[in-house]
Design a protein around this ligand. Structure first.
Ligand code: PXP
Length: 252
C-alpha cells in the first residue's frame, strides 16, 4: 500500500554526535537507523562530512547494508568533492543529496550555489546518476537557483528550511511568512520544471505543519529535533509524532 506523503527521512547524524563525544561505539547510529525504520521512517539520511564529526566511513557502509536489507532508501548527504564522490560511487546509496559544506560551520548553513558552481556540479551529478543514485541538490528556494538546478541532471531539489525555522524561533512571524511564501512558490516552480521537491533543516513538531502542507513536497528530512526529542519521549514516539503531524498538515 502506498504510504501517505510527504515521506519522512530520518537523519541520524546526531546519534553519532553523542557516540563521538566519548569516542566509543555507543550509541550506534546504525542501531538508531534500525529503530527509526521500525518506527516507520521512510528513509534514512546521513551526512558524511569531510571532518567526520559525526558519521564515519564504516557507519555509511553499515547503513547501506541495513537499508538495502530493509528495502529503505539511504540518502547520503555530501559535499561536491572528489573524495566524497569516490565514496558515494563505491557505496551506491539510493539517494545522494549534494550540500554545501564549510569546515567552520556548526551545521549546513545556507543552500548550495548551483548557479555559481554549475560546471563543477554537472560531472558529479552525471557520475552519481550513472551509478544508480538519485541526486538532489540542497538549495534555497530562489527562482534562479531552481532554474539552474532544473538544467542539471538532478531529479530532486531539497529546499533549506533553516531560515524559516530561525525566523519562527526569533518570534519574527512576518519574516517566517515571507520565507514560507518563497518555499511555496519555489516548490511550485520546481515541480513545473519536473523536479521532485523535498524540504529539510530545523524542522520541529511546532514548525513542520506549514512545510508539510506544501502540496508539491514529497519528502521531509529531519534529524536534530527528532534525535533530541527522543531523549525525552523515545525515538519511536518522536518519529511517529512527526509522521502524524506531517500527515495531518497535508490531509487535515
Ligand atoms: N537536510 C539536509 C540537506 C541537511 O544538511 C540537514 C542537516 O544535516 C537536514 C536536512 C536535517 O536538518 P536538521 O538536523 O536540522 O533536522
Amino acid at each position: 500500500m502506498q504510504k501517505p506523503l510527504p515521506r519522512l527521512g530520518v537523519n541520524i547524524d546526531h546519534i553519532a554526535t553523542v557516540r563521538n563525544a566519548r569516542g566509543g561505539e555507543h550509541p550506534d547510529p546504525v542501531a538508531g537507523a534500525w529503530a527509526a525504520i521500525q518506527a516507520g521512517a521512510d528513509g534514512i539520511t546521513a551526512h558524511l562530512r569531510e571532518d567526520r564529526r559525526h558519521m564515519r566511513d564504516d557507519d555509511m557502509e553499515r547503513l547501506q547494508k541495513l537499508c538495502e536489507s530493509e528495502n529503505i532508501p539511504l540518502n547520503m548527504e555530501m559535499a561536491a568533492t572528489e573524495e566524497m564522490l569516490d565514496i558515494a560511487l563505491k557505496l551506491k546509496p539510493k539517494a545522494v543529496c549534494i550540500v554545501p559544506e564549510r569546515r567552520e560551520e556548526r551545521t549546513t548553513e545556507g543552500g548550495l550555489d548551483v548557479a555559481g558552481q554549475h560546471n563543477r556540479l554537472v560531472p558529479i551529478i552525471a557520475a552519481l546518476n550513472e551509478n544508480g543514485s538519485r541526486v538532489s541538490l540542497f538549495i534555497e528556494a530562489a527562482a534562479h537557483q531552481i532554474e539552474v538546478a532544473a538544467k542539471t541532471d538532478a531529479k530532486v531539489v531539497e529546499f533549506h528550511t533553516g531560515a524559516y525555522a530561525h525566523a519562527l524561533e526569533d518570534g519574527d512571524q512576518d519574516k517566517a511568512d515571507k520565507i514560507l511564501k518563497a518555499l511555496q512558490e519555489g516548490a511550485h516552480q520546481a515541480d513545473k520544471l519536473g523536479l521532485e521537491v523535498h524540504f529539510g533543516h530545523g524542522l520541529t513538531f511546532d514548525n513542520v505543519g506549514p512545510i508539510a502542507a506544501i502540496p508539491e513536497g514529497m519528502e521531509l528530512n529531519i534529524g536534530h529535533f527528532i534525535i533530541g526529542e527522543a531523549i525525552f519521549m523515545g525515538l519511536e514516539p518522536a518519529i511517529k509524532e512527526m509522521h502524524r503531524l506531517a500527515t495531518q498538515a497535508r490531509y487535515g
